[in-house]
Design a protein around this ligand. Sequence first.
Ligand code: GLY
Length: 377
Amino acid sequence: MINAETTQWAKKILKKIDEKLTVEAKRLGGKIPYIPSVETGLYEEDLGTSDPVWWTNGFWSGMMWQMYHATEKELYKKTAELNEVALDKAFEIYTGLHHDVGFMWLHTAVANFRLTGNERSKERGLHAAHLLAGRYNPRGKYIRSWNRDRAGWVIIDSMLNIPMLYWAEKEIGDPRFRYIAEDHADKVMNQIVRPDGSVNHIGVFDPTNGELIETPAGQGYASGSSWSRGQAWAIYGFALSYLHTGKTDYLETAKKVAHYFISEVAKTDWIPVVDFRAPQEPVMIDTSAGMCAACGLLEIAKHVDEYEKALYIDAAINILQATEEKYAIWDTEKDGLIDFSTGSYHEEKWTEVPIIYADYYFVEAILRLLDKDFLIW
Ligand code: GLY
């Protein structure tokens, strides 16, 4: 549980995060970062220019808003505002936009609106929410993922995007957005989450009637395996759908996947491997799965009885402390907070490197331990 020792630890870590992110924010100016260069250890690429529709383009801004909320430092606010404006280019690339518009604009425009009441930011958020709702298939009862010829594809990651729709419902008082989000969450819960608490990455459905056709490997090892970040998306995503709808099935699903995740990650000293059902060799780690799961576990803990809380909170603390001890990058001459994240099991390019989303969830989780976070989802 969160005792005095944990609080002391989290305060110490928050101070280090503040020092590191202050240096990074000054170094970056308005650039949107993703992965530091292997040669320099610094963020060289500005995704706001090179790839405005890239799905991770909101996470840095999300960290800035979380830190602004916690510290009131203007640097964080100004940096996030620059990122939000840079993302306006993405709205002009309609065919490049995808189901991840929630990740892109919840952490930028919606966060800004929630914290400052900026009306232009609210418009950007609603624009993105309508783009997401427009991907809904009323026969299949899901929001399609990706573009091109994948009309029937749904990926588990989508559960972290639908909070955009819950926000839009509340903002404009139109329940359509929640109906779409709930249909989608039901589909994922019933057909992508497995009965044993593990989760497929992808479900491919017949777009004319919603029948499940196949479950490809996606970013995991193989069809039928268990991509750890996908499990984490399910834990946090269903906990958030419960938060926004009060539907207990969603909380039960989040708990079921959490129990599975905890039992797997405990076997590897609280650092997740990329896929829990991949061959034992080579050992490949994905710290980002742990960081996202930690936020989900802390969210679940808010909604369960006193006697149940410890399971989720203790697991989250174990994951956070083990990861910080082994993989935090506190050197301010380098960019990135958390090392050893992996994009995809079979894609060597982004294996065991610092990736921006691990940093975001690490920051959110530390702030959650101190009750200094704000709900970005
Ligand atoms: N497709 C989002 C992720 O890498 O988790």
